[in-house]
Design a protein around this ligand. Structure first.
Ligand code: GSH
Length: 210
């Protein structure tokens, strides 16, 4: 078994973040898919039931943001995903707070409706509206820039992109994947988000399939 193992539910946004970071830093790793209805092994391994979980040798980490920091601190080879400048660190943390909070809310609402027996159209519309509003600042920040903070990919992009990606799943990506079909049909980013769309495509190119 590899020295680094990612325990994941492949399509979920928090897992995408970790794959992007590992791929970007060219860290070899093995993927282990978790059965979403049986978390016993994951709890035994990490003390809690959510993915992603990263195992590196004997060290086990959970929570995507903690894992991203662990990767940065312990794999010094390859490009940095953080910063040495305190003003940039504050900006990264600010985008991260947004990416884990308000930006993720429409994704949670749409997942909620996916699993609901009777779909609430108002909730789905509200989710699209919120995603459009919450990406306005990102659109402005990305004008003439490839990444949110500084000139290179950071945790700010890695945390934000997987959430926005779910509001722009294309028809050719849905295949026979019920969750992607549902997001393609119901969660929309809206007009005037060209910079955001290009940025999501750029960063998602680092993912290794969900
Ligand atoms: N704060 C955690 C959240 C982890 C999380 O919510 N994971 C989801 C997948 S994206 C999960 O395992 N959900 C299963 C469940 O809620 O039962 C992180 O950032 O890693």
């Amino acid at each position: 078994m590899s020295n680094v193992v990612l325990y994941e539910i492949p399509p979920s946004p928090n897992n995408i973040k970790v794959r992007i970071a590992l791929n970007y830093k060219k860290i070899p790793y093995e993927r282990s898919a978790i059965n979403p209805v049986d978390r016993a092994d994951l709890v035994k391994l990490s003390g809690q039931p959510l993915t992603p979980v990263l195992k590196h040798g004997d060290t086990v980490m959970f929570d995507s943001s903690a894992i991203l920091r662990y990767i940065e601190a312990n794999f010094r080879q390859g490009p940095s995903i953080f910063s040495t400048e305190s003003n940039e660190i504050r900006m990264i943390e600010d985008f991260e707070h947004h990416g884990r909070g308000r930006l993720l809310r429409p994704i949670a609402m749409t997942f909620g409706e996916f699993f609901a027996g009777e779909k609430n159209v108002d909730t789905l519309h509200a989710a699209s509206k919120m995603m459009h509003e919450e990406t306005e600042r990102l659109e402005k920040t990305l004008a003439g820039k490839k990444y949110l903070v500084g000139e290179k990919l950071t945790i700010a992009d890695i945390v934000s992109v997987p959430a926005v990606y779910y509001a722009m799943v294309s028809e050719k990506e849905v295949g026979d994947h019920p969750i992607k079909q549902f997001f393609h049909a119901n969660l929309h980013l809206g007009e005037g988000r060209e910079n955001v769309r290009a940025w999501v495509d750029r960063v998602m190119a680092l993912d290794s399939e969900g």
